[in-house]
Design a protein. Structure first.
Length: 140
């Protein structure tokens, strides 16, 4: 069914170019260039389904490890949604190299958990990935 007024995401922005999200914290800023997380990102959707099934099996077997599950979710985003990222935060006085492993390790920390939660909201918000289409529709 087509819903009047609904504008789908711009697929080029959502899946190729990405959108830049910036998060300022007392420990350093984080900038993430991201694809959309959701139905339009088939790679994310398939990986999320697979991970959810694995977590459900672990729960049935009584093998729940909340820290590991959280880490798995962050890694899922790092590998299927994040295009590039950077931070001014330091670890041991040194710059943090922008690898998937470091993204996971940083977002697992208490200092950056809230950043990850905000990022999940932002990269799942369709409005962030359809600005160009909304602007075009407004002209008509």
């Amino acid at each position: 069914m087509q819903i009047d007024g609904f504008v789908p995401v711009d697929r080029a922005i959502a899946l190729e170019e990405g959108v830049t999200f910036h998060y300022a914290t007392p420990y350093g800023d984080v900038t993430i260039i991201s694809k959309i997380a959701g139905d339009d990102n088939e790679e994310f959707t398939q990986a999320f389904t697979k991970l959810s099934q694995r977590h459900q099996r672990e729960a049935k077997l009584g093998q729940i490890d909340p820290a590991k599950q959280f880490s798995d979710i962050i890694r899922l985003y790092a590998s299927t949604v994040v295009l590039r990222w950077s931070t001014t935060a330091k670890s041991g006085g040194k710059a943090i190299e922008t690898t998937d492993d470091n993204f996971v390790a940083m977002m697992e920390t208490t200092a950056f958990r809230r950043v990850f939660a905000l990022f999940q909201e932002d990269c799942g918000d369709l409005a962030n990935f359809r600005k160009a289409q909304e602007d075009e529709a407004a002209k008509n």
